[in-house]
Design a protein. Structure first.
Length: 411
């Protein structure tokens, strides 16, 4: 995988390549990335960058001179030097890149949660390598649940086992086959448990040119002894523009729908893909109809709206509430930045107009109350609350917040 294949994260990509080019690469990195933000794709792209033959040639050339310049082959003026190109990505065409992209490079190893295929088994990641390659090909932004379902785990819990730790020690004690470096990518080190103590000495004093890349979502679940031995690289949430662009390019949906999905995905590309499966609604129009029913058209219109909305299904209801929440948050933002700010000017006209109407209708304290109520409603829907009762109660709450300038009240 190339850095170019990873959604957004330009600053992190630059940070990683800079580590390599200026010889500041730690032997153990911990990529801390929330679900759907690209921790695993970044690790795969970084490993490919490290073993890329063209990258290595450029680094070796730069070692010739302390000033990171190599002698020109044909110099018009003796003593002058020309800069060696510093690559920002792997070439993608050399033998090492081809193998790394197919997840078959002999010097890049993978470790991930697995489970016994039958009672008494002591599984290792290698036992599932074919399934792992298929998973990366289909769901590079997938989470642990997606991976376990792809190997038919059902309700069983995957783990990185003691046997796997022994296998890692054995693999990394061998000499490299083709590359200068050996790389271990461990996905979800949270699933190591106490077995991770087996790897402490190896992580602290690894063989020469050995790199550990741990990709985690929750650092609090990782052994402190492992955390202390790793350089932390925090992967931020994806920006909405990057997610929307990827949805347009890969899913083939229109820009407006992609932008709406990105807005409610909270920087999580996997969530955006999940929402795409339940997409197809004009959420802005639905919010408009709801507020009109609450404040203007009366109880008959409101009952009709609630009846129709309650038939949408939980996922669409949550998606709708997230979008409404997003609109209110944008209203607060535009209030602070101003209507003429560059960010405000980039908004679609219909959405910007609606956001400005929200600001006229509610002050910041009211908007805070609305956000809190929408969050509560989404929480209750996730726990199987009756949709009709919930939307009736939520409508009454919004009526009091908007008409009576009430703050948050109990349900």
């Amino acid at each position: 995988m190339l850095f170019a294949d990873v959604i957004g994260q330009s600053e992190i990509k630059a940070q990683l390549t800079d580590m390599v080019q200026h010889n500041r690469l730690s032997h153990a990195l911990l990529f801390l990335a929330k679900e759907g933000t690209g921790g695993l794709p970044l690790a795969l792209a970084f490993a490919q960058y490290i073993v890329c033959e063209k990258v290595q040639r450029s680094l070796n050339a730069n070692d010739i001179s302390a000033d990171l310049f190599a002698p020109a082959l044909f110099d018009d003026a003796p003593g002058e030097q020309q800069p060696v190109e510093m690559l920002a990505d792997a070439c993608g065409i050399c033998s090492a890149c081809t193998k790394a992209a197919a997840l078959v490079h002999p010097d890049i190893h993978y470790s991930y949660p697995v489970l016994p295929k039958k009672s008494g088994d002591k599984p290792t990641s290698t036992d599932y390598i074919t399934a792992w390659r298929d998973f990366i090909k289909q769901l590079p932004y997938g989470n642990l649940y997606d991976w376990l379902q792809s190997i038919n785990a059902e309700n069983r819990q995957g783990n990185i086992t003691a046997e796997e730790c022994n296998d890692i020690i054995r693999k990394l004690s061998l000499k490299t086959f083709e590359s200068k470096y050996k790389v271990l990518i461990m996905w979800m080190p949270e699933m190591l448990g106490k077995e991770g103590n087996k790897l402490l000495k190896l992580i602290e004093e690894p063989p020469a040119n050995t790199l550990f890349i741990l990709v985690a979502e929750n650092e609090s679940l990782i052994l402190p002894t492992i955390l202390s031995r790793c350089q932390l690289v925090k992967i931020p949430a994806l920006d909405n523009r990057s997610i929307a662009g990827q949805l347009v390019a890969k899913a083939g949906i229109d820009k407006e729908q992609a932008r709406q999905l990105a807005a409610i995905s909270d920087g999580n590309y996997r969530e955006a893909l999940q929402q795409l499966n339940h997409a197809g609604e004009d959420w802005l129009q639905l919010v408009r109809e709801w507020l009109n029913a609450i404040l203007k058209n009366g109880p008959i219109a409101l009952v009709k709206w609630i009846d129709e909305t309650s038939k949408m299904g939980r996922e669409k209801q949550k998606q709708f509430l997230r979008y409404f929440n997003h609109l209110v948050e944008m209203a607060v933002r535009i209030r602070i930045l101003g209507e003429e700010s560059e960010w405000a000017q980039s908004l679609p006209f219909t959405e910007k107009d609606f956001i400005l109407r929200i600001n006229k209708m509610a002050d910041i304290s009211q908007q805070e109350a609305i956000v809190e109520e929408l969050d509560k409603a989404s929480y209750y829907i996730e726990r199987n609350a009756n949709a009709k009762i919930l939307f009736h109660a939520l409508s009454l709450k919004l009526f009091h917040v908007l008409r009576d300038k009430a703050t948050v009240r109990p349900w």
